[in-house]
Design a protein around this ligand. Structure first.
Ligand SMILES: NC(=O)c1ccc[n+]([C@@H]2O[C@H](COP(=O)([O-])OP(=O)(O)OC[C@H]3O[C@@H](n4cnc5c(N)ncnc54)[C@H](OP(=O)(O)O)[C@@H]3O)[C@@H](O)[C@H]2O)c1
Length: 271
């Protein structure tokens, strides 16, 4: 497989949140393959430890595990403390996230609050912790995992779209502020990706067979395409040609109506 980075990364560190499954685990594996040491963050320590051991054995890198609930202030501070001042950190992937499904008024407000904390506050705090070291090194990459659901107004996914839209605007502004510093930022907007994301209570009634196979991407494809695009320094990246066509089509009124049918399969609507 072709290297994603054309500079040496041995001895450098990549931090990945939400590394215990799905897209985060795929980023961790791909970055270890590049030669990065890892700091893996999520709540499920057993899964993180297993992944860390696998990647250490396979790629001869070091992989540290930091169990943290990033909806809890004290855990976010613990991660900040680990990251701040560590000038070996080259990459931060703010990936941890979850979805809810249903009308806003029916969703447990505690869950909505946790989503705001995880997608917005944790992303903001960990970005703030990693940036000074990267700027001092005149090199670094921050990938903020958003969603194509951030690019249009939805129902049934209201807080999800709103928190991911925050990530987009936050990162677009950073992209401007960081011009000339050597630090690159990317908002990654995946479409449907085959991960644990929809294997939760909320999505129990979701009929996987209703979505054609070609719509799904694997988490490995998403991570691979994101890292490749990182070098181009484009602030927003949508992985998958199909997803890019989908988003462009949404801006075309007639086509948008037809495509609305697909999103209805997820029990939501876009406008
Ligand atoms: N799958 C899709 O179709 C899709 C589409 C667009 C965007 N995304 C985005 O992709 C990102 C990764 O999701 P995924 O699809 O890979 O789903 P996933 O397999 O469910 O992974 C989510 C990751 O986030 C971690 N996480 C969740 N809550 C956390 C918390 N409170 N504290 C720390 N870590 C937490 C989970 O780890 P623990 O449970 O161990 O804490 C897990 O590692 C999310 O930001 C999601 O919004 C997914």
């Amino acid at each position: 497989m072709k290297k994603a980075f054309n500079h040496t990364v041995r001895g450098r560190t990549a931090v990945v949140t939400g590394a215990s499954s799905g897209i985060g685990a795929a980023f961790a594996a791909r970055l270890a393959q590049e030669g990065y040491n890892l700091i893996l963050i999520a709540r499920r320590k057993d899964l993180l430890s297993k992944l860390a051991l696998d990647l250490e054995n396979k790629h001869h890198v070091s992989a540290a595990v930091l169990a943290a609930d990033l909806t809890a202030d004290e855990d976010v501070r613990k991660v900040e403390k680990r990251i701040s001042g560590d000038n070996s950190i080259d990459i931060l992937v703010n990936n941890a996230g979850f979805g809810t499904r249903g009308f806003f008024v029916e969703v447990d407000p505690e869950k909505s609050q946790n989503m705001v904390y995880l997608h917005v506050m944790a992303t903001l705090r960990l970005t703030a912790a990693a940036l000074p070291g990267m700027i001092a090194n005149r090199r670094g990459y921050i990938i903020q995992v958003s969603s194509i659901g951030s690019l249009f107004t939805t129902s049934h996914y209201v807080v999800y779209s709103a928190t991911k839209a925050f990530i987009n605007m936050f990162t677009l502004g950073l992209h401007k502020e960081l011009a000339g510093t050597g630090v690159k930022v990317q908002v990654l907007c995946p479409g449907l990706t085959d991960t644990g994301f929809m294997r939760t209570d909320e999505f129990r009634s979701f009929d996987y067979s209703s979505v054609p196979d070609f719509v799904w991407m694997s988490p490995e494809q998403v991570a691979e395409e994101s890292l490749k695009a990182l070098q181009k320094n484009k602030p927003v990246f949508i992985p998958g040609a199909g997803n890019r066509i989908f988003v462009r089509a949404l801006k075309t009124p007639g086509v948008k109506r037809i495509l609305g049918g697909l999103f209805k399969l997820l029990g939501g609507k876009f406008y």
